[in-house]
Design a protein around this ligand. Structure first.
Ligand SMILES: Cc1cc2nc3c(=O)[nH]c(=O)nc-3n(C[C@H](O)[C@H](O)[C@H](O)COP(=O)(O)OP(=O)(O)OC[C@H]3O[C@@H](n4cnc5c(N)ncnc54)[C@H](O)[C@@H]3O)c2cc1C
Length: 502
């Protein structure tokens, strides 16, 4: 079988792969991108409702606005519209309806946050780590005597707001690491589709590649439907052979290169079953140290549900409505009586035949009427609920959300949505979840370092580099983090190529 040669091959046309390609191409390095899906963008994915409203199924926010390098770029390009949705934030429970700020709930939850940051981060190692739920019980044992009964019951529920950031439940979230989820500055929500930013990057790649627009790259510099399933190093020729299978035609193709940039999500890279869709067999295998470190990171499952209505019948003044679950009676009893609890350390799937009780989950509704003037409530959810919702029919989904929408609107009635759109990342073989998480026992830092160094692969000349949201501390899990890894690793390849020329 003949094989097409390129100096560098990039696996994946997400934001990290595109950024790496831009910088390599700009430095005169011939680059080809192989993408498994039939579209570019990866976890930047904007769809439109029937009424033409853009909805981000992937990322929505420019996070960490204080040190997000993409924010300024996007402002300068002038194509992105932003809204800072950090205005009014209302908290609801089944018992109280709208929670009065005088309940001191936020202050008590902030103290648990400090407990996680200052005590749990020091106290636990990956080996001794406990879940966020267990840490809440430990906190109550330490400080419960200062709290009212109401705060004992509800402050742990408010700390579950972390679930909305990371996408795993408090049973799985790591007490040691959840507090490291630092934010630098405000968060700006994109209201006209994050893909607008991606398309600007694609145009930049076209421009440095001598094409007039980004879409011209499809079929030439970017090949779609190319699922990479094997990467083989030939010690004789010192070349890397990349084997792909076309998703549509089943046609197999082999490409050759000297340098490889792999941007598959860590959920794919850590797959041990090489027959799984999207999984890659490395020949020779990746070093055991890297494989072991990959075993120490988890992938979360943030989910999004867009409930589009005919018109807005909820408060036009509130940016976010946070629905808190009913108190955890088992936890309260354990604190009061000293009775022990067996804590789960991972998220268990919800049976598709069951009817989960909506009042048992944290749900954050974003008011897109305020953000973008559209009659949509965007619900954010976490695992294991995400897996259930993403596999359910619109009817089941609406049955779940309807009582919560009633709660936050304070109305006995609610009109039915005209459309429901939702994420499907947990069932998508090329993402297998939303982004890198922080579960009990994870060692994210060790994995970042191992993949950043990428030592001992093939002939150990540094010709294989890893990029993507999970391989960086600054902006970990985020678009700007992914973009920065593309920049960082392209720089390393450029150095290697230039050194070879001397
Ligand atoms: C629901 C959700 C909400 C989010 N919200 C935000 C947010 O508000 N703000 C923010 O900053 N970030 C957010 N993120 C995270 C952000 O979207 C990601 O960090 C970022 O887009 C990841 O880019 P990447 O290049 O690392 O990976 P990806 O975009 O996943 O790119 C990797 C590419 O590799 C391809 N691939 C996988 N396997 C193979 C294979 N075997 N062969 C060939 N190609 C393969 C994939 O198809 C994909 O296109 C969110 C993510 C999700 C899922």
């Amino acid at each position: 079988m003949t094989s097409e040669y390129h100096q560098t091959i990039v696996i994946g046309a997400g934001i990290s792969g595109i950024k790496a390609s831009i910088d390599l191409t700009r430095n005169g390095i011939d680059t080809l991108i192989l993408e498994a899906r039939e579209r570019v963008g990866g976890r930047l994915y904007t769809i439109k409702s029937d009424s033409g409203i853009p909805m981000d199924i992937g990322a929505s926010w420019f996070h960490d606005c204080l040190d997000n390098p993409l924010l300024h770029k996007a402002y300068d390009q002038g194509h992105i519209k932003f809204y800072y949705d950090d205005g009014r934030f209302d908290i609801y429970t089944k018992e109280h309806g709208l929670v009065d700020e005088n309940h001191h709930l936020q202050a008590a939850a902030d103290e648990i946050k400090d407990y996680l940051k200052q005590i749990c981060m020091e106290k636990y190692t990956p080996e001794t780590d406990v879940s966020l739920r267990e840490a809440c019980l430990d906190y109550l044992k330490l400080k419960g005597y200062t709290l009212t009964d109401e705060l004992i019951r509800y402050a742990p529920q408010l700390i579950r707001y972390y679930e909305m950031w990371i996408g795993s439940s408090w049973n799985a979230l790591s007490a040691r690491q959840v507090g490291t989820d630092e934010h630098f500055g405000r968060n700006a929500m994109v209201t006209n589709g994050y893909i607008t930013f991606y398309n600007d990057e694609l145009d930049e790649l076209a421009s440095v590649s001598g094409f007039s627009k980004g879409t011209d790259l499809i079929g030439s510099k970017i090949r779609l439907n190319q699922v990479v399933y094997k990467i083989r190093f030939d010690d004789q020729s010192k070349q890397i052979f990349v084997h792909t299978r076309n998703e549509l035609t089943r046609l197999e193709t082999v490409y050759r290169c000297e340098y490889l940039i792999c941007s598959t999500p860590l959920s794919i890279l850590k797959l041990q079953d090489t027959s799984a869709k999207g999984a890659i067999e490395w020949q020779p295998p990746l070093p055991s140290d890297i494989r072991a470190k990959l075993g120490k990171v988890s992938f979360s499952g943030l989910g999004k549900v867009f409930l589009e209505f005919k018109n807005c019948f909820w408060s036009k003044e509130t940016d976010r409505f946070l629905y808190l679950p009913e108190p955890d009676d088992e936890l309260t009893e354990a604190y009061k009586t000293g009775k022990s609890i067996t804590f789960e350390k991972e998220d268990k799937e919800i049976e598709l035949t069951s009817s989960p009780d909506p009042f048992k989950y944290v749900v954050l509704f974003m008011n897109l009427y305020r953000a973008a003037g559209v009659p949509i409530l965007l619900a954010l959810i976490s695992q294991p609920l995400t897996g259930f919702i993403e596999a359910s029919s619109d009817e089941v989904i609406w049955k779940f959300f309807k009582p919560l929408v009633r709660q936050i609107t304070g109305k006995r009635w609610t009109s039915n949505p005209v459309s429901i759109h939702h994420t499907n990342w947990t069932h998508d073989p090329f993402s297998r979840g939303a982004y890198t998480g922080v579960s009990v026992g994870d060692d994210v830092e060790a994995c970042i370092n191992a993949l950043k160094e990428a030592k001992g692969i093939f002939d150990d000349k540094g010709r294989v580099r890893f990029v993507g949201e999970g391989i960086i501390e600054q902006g970990n899990g985020c678009v700007h983090g992914a973009w920065l890894t593309g920049k960082r690793e392209a720089e390393k390849v450029v150095k290697l190529v230039n050194r070879g020329k001397l």
